[in-house]
Structures are given as C-alpha cells and as structure tokens.
Design a protein around this ligand. Sequence first.
Ligand SMILES: [Zn+2]
Length: 199
Amino acid sequence: MPLKVVFFDRSALDAYYCAPMEDTLIPDYVDARKIFAQQALLKGTIPVSRLSRFCDLVAATQGDVQVTMQFSLDDGNRRIIEGTLDTQAQVLCQRCLEPMQIPLHDEFRLAVVESESKSESLPKSLDPWICEDIKLVLADVIEEQLILCMPIVSYHENNCIETLSFAASENKQDDTAKAANGAGKPNPFDILKTLKDQD
Ligand SMILES: [Zn+2]
C-alpha cells in the first residue's frame, strides 16, 4: 500500500524536524545587556513544574511549554521580545470537577524596561516587562504570559453534569426494571394498578 508508506514517511520526517525544539531547554535567564543586540532567537521548552505560580492554577504539573522568543532592538533602541507559547494545561471542569485539558496559546510582544516610569512612555502596542537587573529571568516572563492567557473558568464542551445525571438515572431505571422482573418479587406498578382498579 504505497499511500500508507508515504504517510508514515512524512510523519516520521515531521517528528524528526520537531525533535531539536522539543529537546532544547529554555535557559533560566539570559544576559539582558547582550541578548537583544545579538538578535537571539530561542526555541525550546520549559517544564510546567518549574513555573510555580502557574502550577498553583492547574490540576497537574506534568508536561512542557513550547516557547519561541525573538530578541531584538527596535528603531527607538527599545529591547523587544516577540514570542509564542503553547502548552496543554490540566484544569478541573468547574461544572463536574473532572479533570480536562485545555490548549493554551499566546503571542506576545514585550519591551524590556528598567523601571516602572520608563514603561509609561511605551507605545500601546508594547507591553512592558520591568527588569532592573542584568539578569533577565525568562521563566518569569513565560510564567506571567501563561497566567495571563489562562481562562478564569473552564467547562467541558458538552453539558457534562446533565450527561452524568442522565447516566445515573438510566442505571437506576435499569435496577428498578431488574427488581421488577425478579422472581417472586411483586411489581410495585402492579400494586399501584390494583389500588387504582379498586377506586
Ligand atoms: Zn465537566
């Protein structure tokens, strides 16, 4: 079956090309004096377990966040980070309290400034990231952006509670039917019928 062979070849190739990104860990921090002038592009992952504030918001802390970060200086010599984040967050459905997975995706554009006062002069298209140190902690940047794109509450797409209670009542009816058909046991509906006939 040649079609199937082509399909497998292609998926094997995709997996191969994705592999370097999957394997590269995003560093804890970078030198804020150098990385923008270097126009560095970072691609890699950061384990969810390393983002403690984000971990407080999710039901499970396994897995990674896929990250890309492009560092540059803009025309105004501002230090810019353009990035994307992707992960699958484990949360609890607020209707049935069962775990569910939600995809999180974010694209962000930040200007790294030394102080709060400098952030006020930024154009609206840029969100400020205040970094007073020469150490720019990337995990903090990633964590903050992830928290910002988390939905406040999450629900299963289907009406999960109704599905649950419907399944429960179906079981109950089954039990009633079984009891009614049980050998020697009187059918409660027969008794009702008898009472009705007597009226
Ligand atoms: Zn649910």
